[in-house]
Design a protein around this ligand. Sequence first.
Ligand code: FBP
Length: 268
Amino acid sequence: MKSLLERNLAKIMPKGRAMILAYDQGFEHGPRDFKANPQSADPAEIIKIAKEGGFTGLVVHGGIAEKYKSIIVEGEVPLILKLNGRSEIYTGDDPYSPLLYGKTAEEAVAWAAKIGGKAVGYTVYTGSKYENLMNQEFSQIIRWAHYYGLVAIGWMYPRGESLRKKMLSDDDPDVVAYGARIGMELGADIVKVKYPGNVGYFRWVVRCASPTNVVMSGGPKTETSESFFAQVKDVLTGGGAGVAVGRNVWQRTDSIEFAKKLKRLVLR
Ligand code: FBP
């Protein structure tokens, strides 16, 4: 018989592919992200997109999960709880995204399991002077997630002053591969990374992170849907396991149609 972790992974990655809708931007970037499509400020609209668009997971923070639990969990949209977060208002120091929803990783993961989460997510800013703290927190989250049968997803986003000093960008292929590799070494089931530029680079990232599954983070909305789908094709050809995307879906006014096209590409 399959373990709870295996069953939860199969829900988020049916046939080995994930199509996750990210909706933690209201915390990370603030309401500016909702201006392109004001309806996207309403969590109920996003849950509708997740359901009708056929997403295999929806990433939200605790408040949204609790207030909309009935339509997410009972509506059978696999719930992914983001367990850390920070606003973009504070810019004076290297990035650190603290653990939320508990004083310890165990408390946070136990809470996520209790409200019906299938997976938990955590951002690690490799290269920040706080990277040790984030590696430590994420390593504990992974262990507790597996104890509770939840999937552990790492937002592996190298960033900070050290990168700037080395004149490296966060989508440099070696930087992306390094972040993905750390997620694998810590034990993540899925890592979410920036698009590094082309299919060959993505293949390298996948090789460095294997056997952890690698999905592409959406990024700012592209001018045309075709250019976003071209990136998705690179990801899949390069051995990626799918996408975890937000703005490219819900900043469009035809979000559900867009999601259906995305589904035909990603979920086969
Ligand atoms: P998008 O697809 O909208 O880029 O969302 C992916 C994501 O990882 C979100 O989960 C998160 O809120 C955001 O990007 C963080 O973006 P960044 O740290 O690059 O500003």
